[in-house]
Design a protein around this ligand. Structure first.
Ligand SMILES: Nc1ncnc2c1ncn2[C@@H]1O[C@H](COP(=O)(O)OP(=O)(O)O)[C@@H](O)[C@H]1O
Ligand SMILES: [Mg+2]
Length: 260
């Protein structure tokens, strides 16, 4: 499996500087979360890491190889991204959506072969969607749709999975379901995961490392214990809160008190 490294990344949209001097390293098999207020550049960073957008300055490395010199198809075989805003696909079955994940592995005009079908089935099974395989996306709950998108990413057989707010719009049981699935895939496949999360407590619970973005810069990064502190709540999220220890899940968590 692979790691990924960003060295001194700068991204502008026109005149506007959106990412400034970003350095980030994610080692093989880690789960890393990116947190930060709205508009701090989280989605932009994920897009740069997956080469959906090209940084104005700086380089990204997949293991030791420069991302900008790897053919697009090869990148898609190594890395899958689940964007924050997805295309609305409703007149498509789960099975067909998931099969799109195989496209980076096919030659032009080639159809899915037996092995591809097996991988599609594996991804559907891994995400617990076997019973819904031939259902239309339109007729699934938010959580089931989200799992179908994750299944599509898995069918890509990536070594690195990038998820942009994978739990948004899901109720709490589906949120946990998605995060447990991510954790399980990370363990069983040694999948490297980088995800943007809104919920700081979930980031603290599921991540090896957390990167905090504030106004396009890395404010700080480290283990959940090092990051989830009063200073983070105050300086980055403008709230006061208390930090506690979750002894069941062995991670810190916080309870907010008030907005500053
Ligand atoms: N395509 C774009 N063109 C111009 N500005 C953009 C574009 N995408 C995002 N931005 C701006 O860049 C900043 C960072 O956006 P984004 O990376 O989506 O933040 P986040 O995901 O942390 O909420 C925001 O101010 C946003 O308005
Ligand atoms: Mg975003």
């Amino acid at each position: 499996m692979m790691g990924i490294k960003a060295v001194d990344i700068h991204v502008n949209y026109g005149e506007k500087k959106v990412l400034n001097n970003i350095n980030l390293e994610v080692k093989d098999g880690q789960i890393v979360s990116i947190i930060g207020p709205n508009g701090s550049g989280k989605s932009t960073l994920l897009k740069a890491l997956s080469r959906c957008i090209k940084p104005n300055k700086g380089s990204i490395y997949l293991d030791e190889e420069k991302l900008s010199s790897i053919p697009t198809k090869k990148i898609a075989q190594k890395m899958a991204i689940l964007p924050q805003v997805k295309n609305v696909l409703s007149d498509i079955t789960v099975r067909n959506l998931v099969s799109y994940g195989r496209f980076p592995h096919l030659n032009f005009g080639q159809r899915l072969n037996r092995e591809d079908e097996d991988i599609v089935n594996w991804a559907i099974e891994k995400t617990g969607l076997m019973d819904l395989k031939y259902r239309y996306m339109a007729n699934l709950s938010g959580g089931e749709q989200q799992r179908a998108w994750i299944a599509m990413s898995l069918a890509q057989k990536p070594e690195i999975l990038l998820l942009d707010e994978p739990t948004t719009f899901l109720d709490i049981s589906y949120q946990l379901e998605v995060l447990q699935l991510v954790k399980e895939l990370n363990k069983s496949l040694n999948l490297t995961v980088i995800m943007v999360l809104h919920d700081l407590n979930q980031a603290a619970r599921y991540s090896d490392n957390i990167f905090v973005l504030k106004q396009g810069r890395i404010w700080e990064w480290g283990k959940p214990e090092e990051i989830l502190k009063g200073k983070l709540l105050k300086d980055v999220f403008r709230i006061d809160g208390h930090i506690y220890r979750d002894r069941v899940n062995c991670c810190p968590y916080f309870i907010p008190h008030k907005v500053n």
